[in-house]
Design a protein around this ligand. Sequence first.
Ligand SMILES: Cc1cc2nc3c(=O)[nH]c(=O)nc-3n(C[C@H](O)[C@H](O)[C@H](O)COP(=O)(O)OP(=O)(O)OC[C@H]3O[C@@H](n4cnc5c(N)ncnc54)[C@H](O)[C@@H]3O)c2cc1C
Length: 284
Amino acid sequence: MVPRFEYYPTRSVDEALTLLAEREGSEVVAGATNTLVDARARRKIPKAVIDINRLGDLRYARRDDGTIRLGARTTLTDCFSLPFFAEEAPVLEMMAAEFAGTLIRNRATLAGNIAYASPAADVVPPLLALGATIAVTSKARGSRALLLADFILGPRKTALAQDEIITELAFPADGETKSGYFKFALRNAMAISLVSGAVVLRMEGKRIREAGLALGAVAPKPYRVTQAEELLKGQAPTDALIREVARVAAATATPISDIRASAEYRREMTEVMTRRIIERALSS
Ligand SMILES: Cc1cc2nc3c(=O)[nH]c(=O)nc-3n(C[C@H](O)[C@H](O)[C@H](O)COP(=O)(O)OP(=O)(O)OC[C@H]3O[C@@H](n4cnc5c(N)ncnc54)[C@H](O)[C@@H]3O)c2cc1C
């Protein structure tokens, strides 16, 4: 049974922010696919829930000059049902296709996945590889923007204040990109990642102008592998370089051993899968 808590459906961002500031121990929910599971398991029971799931003004995906902007209520299903994503952010479409199952994807939001800050959050590596920033806002202090890489501080810890909500995710859309994504898990669907990773290569002819490479589930939080990105930058990659990049990426991983896999296995799969996604991205 789900424990009892106060429930506030909201009709505007302003109403949500006011309630959040006024109600002690309150938290926002979007899809509630983490919040309800945690409440039912009595891991974390909010005193009051501010529901932003009906706020139409937080559900959009658009291009503003050289920037892609996604409203905080963008769902995983949006990422592969809207043609916008295939054109502007195929790495998010690839990730969403491997995320949970249809029912969860229809409700789960990108922002909820980020705010929950699991080390295995599947939404985060693609957005890190894209160089995403997030906008957060509060009633008292207005809006601020920060790099996604700075927003997640560790397992279940973020830079979000209690009275703030995420309103928007944004990343640059400048020129031709090639993308790759992998989720390695013990089964093909409804599984927690053992290792996940994303690559976004911004191209200039056959050369890589800028590279974004990020890993998930092999450290306390998903992270950009800057050493590997530097190796790719400015290069027309050879097989030898791709192997070296994969080796460097795997060497940065600090995975745990648990019931699902040993740390050694996770590290080895990081190397194998990183090599494959760079190869796939370049041949796309
Ligand atoms: C069966 C099942 C399968 C799953 N499979 C996967 C999977 O394959 N990969 C994966 O990564 N995760 C998976 N999850 C976890 C979950 O679905 C995701 O993390 C999802 O993206 C959370 O989004 P939500 O909108 O449901 O968040 P909610 O549950 O509504 O919220 C989660 C947290 O984020 C906060 N939050 C939500 N929106 C905002 C906002 N706009 N501003 C500030 N804080 C906010 C809430 O306060 C809460 O702390 C799965 C869960 C279930 C139950």
